[in-house]
Write a protein that binds this ligand. Structure first.
Ligand code: THU
Length: 134
């Protein structure tokens, strides 16, 4: 899948968001190292901290299916008109790091700018268990 196809899939996935508290819909798509593709959306909870981000849903769905290495993640916040309001939170960046995400594509609503980053740009000097600090 190319960049635009990934963003389209992430935007589609955002339609499945369960976000009655924020009304902010987030969809994500991940591509595993063997080419398998998984999607996810944010899932909120009346007890707010029990909520799950769209990126985490997609990554953990892949991992639960046996994936251990993810190459690319695309996230789309379809209620963000500006891409600057669509960037992954810190927890999701750390979850991406755990499963080796290298490329992160960020998009807002249809027609918004699409940006591409490396995870190194988004989460430099990250924690990795037992590794020497970089
Ligand atoms: N959210 C995500 O799904 N991903 C992020 O990286 C940041 C925020 C969700 C959580 C919550 O359901 C809503 O967006 C508003 O914070």
């Amino acid at each position: 899948m190319n960049r635009d196809e990934l963003v389209a899939a992430a935007r589609d996935a955002a339609n499945n968001a369960y976000s009655p508290y924020s009304s902010f819909r987030v969809g994500a798509v991940v591509v595993a190292d063997d080419g398998r593709v998984y999607t996810g959306a944010n899932i909120e909870n009346a007890a707010y901290p029990s909520s799950n981000c769209g990126e985490a849903t997609a990554i953990h769905t892949a991992v639960a299916d046996g994936v251990r290495k993810i190459d690319t993640l695309a996230v789309a916040c379809i209620d963000a008109q500006d891409v600057r309001g669509a960037y992954p939170c810190g927890r999701c960046r750390q979850i991406m790091a755990e499963f080796g995400v290298e490329e992160v594509i960020v998009a807002g609503a249809e027609g918004s700018e699409i940006r591409e980053h490396t995870l190194d740009e988004l989460l430099p000097h990250r924690f990795t268990f037992g590794a020497a600090a970089g």
